[in-house]
Design a protein around this ligand. Sequence first.
Ligand SMILES: Nc1ncnc2c1ncn2[C@@H]1O[C@H](COP(=O)(O)OP(=O)(O)OP(=O)(O)O)[C@@H](O)[C@H]1O
Ligand SMILES: [Mg+2]
Length: 329
Amino acid sequence: MKALEIKGLKKSFRSNFLIKKFNILKGIDLDVEKGEIYGFLGPNGAGKTTTIKCIMGLLSPDSGEVRVDGLPAHAAAARQRIGFLPENPYFYDYLTAREFLLFSASLFNIPEKEMRDKVAALIHRVGLSGHEDLKLRKFSKGMIQRLGLAQALVNDPDLLILDEPFSGLDPVGRKDLRLLILALREQGKTVFFSSHILQDMELMADRVGIILAGTIRRQGKLSELIARSTQYVEVVCDRIAPKELARIHPDHALRDNQSVLTLAGDADVNLVVESIIHSGGRILAVNPVKMTLEDIFFSEMAGGANGVPTSQSNGTGAPPNPSTLGGKP
Ligand SMILES: Nc1ncnc2c1ncn2[C@@H]1O[C@H](COP(=O)(O)OP(=O)(O)OP(=O)(O)O)[C@@H](O)[C@H]1O
Ligand SMILES: [Mg+2]
């Protein structure tokens, strides 16, 4: 059974005067396995928060279904298993961290003694020890995010839904939060988090769903998405005239006084290398280049036409010639 399953989720909003209808979610299908960290990746305005609000029952979808552990997400039994960190959380300014967490815990009918122990443990866990009696209005953005995560954990949920948990955190805060989320997975919890930051995805997501303009464009294991994607090979050499190089392979460029040939992943690299040596050239490097999540993301943004790595991340300074890459979707 899936920890979370969304099928055909559609949501539209109407303009102020109900004249125009905006289709925001256009039939979202995704599923999250138990015990995995699922990264919900998409640019601003793609529909991540709208999807999450539908999961949490804060918005009612036009159509489609959301299931948690096989149960409809709106069922009380399903809701009890979810912990939620909203985007830009805002908590009662005049409560202390401890008071706020005790209040959150009280909503779940936890016995008084257990509640106090639990809150103390959570404060320690999210790194807020020493600040438990500080009023929240004195909390920094990072501290609020930590408190938000503690609040999401107060009912010991099986599934955590975190909307942009890394937003506004400095590098130390990001790392701490990453370690915390990884530790939650170790405990067998399922984490669904949204972000538009690729590095967060690459560093911890087991699977990724890419949402663009209200549609899931790709979903899969990060390792598979990257491995399945186009690879190419760069052969770096020098001491060879451009004319000779052009004869060996049409796609070549000069970079830092070195010639770089870009070959399709399935090209005969040996043959090219031998030809260069035979012509008096010197081989400096042979680099297989894998597609990164960033490449996949930009390729989808550009229409997902060929899945060819772009200059944003391949480090060549210039996009490789798609015609020589044999790119596949
Ligand atoms: N209540 C609403 N009424 C009208 N339009 C809305 C409403 N909520 C969201 N939208 C629109 O839906 C689209 C998706 O918004 P959403 O907040 O889901 O995006 P997002 O992927 O979470 O973006 P971000 O990365 O900026 O948080 C946006 O164009 C937004 O303007
Ligand atoms: Mg959002």
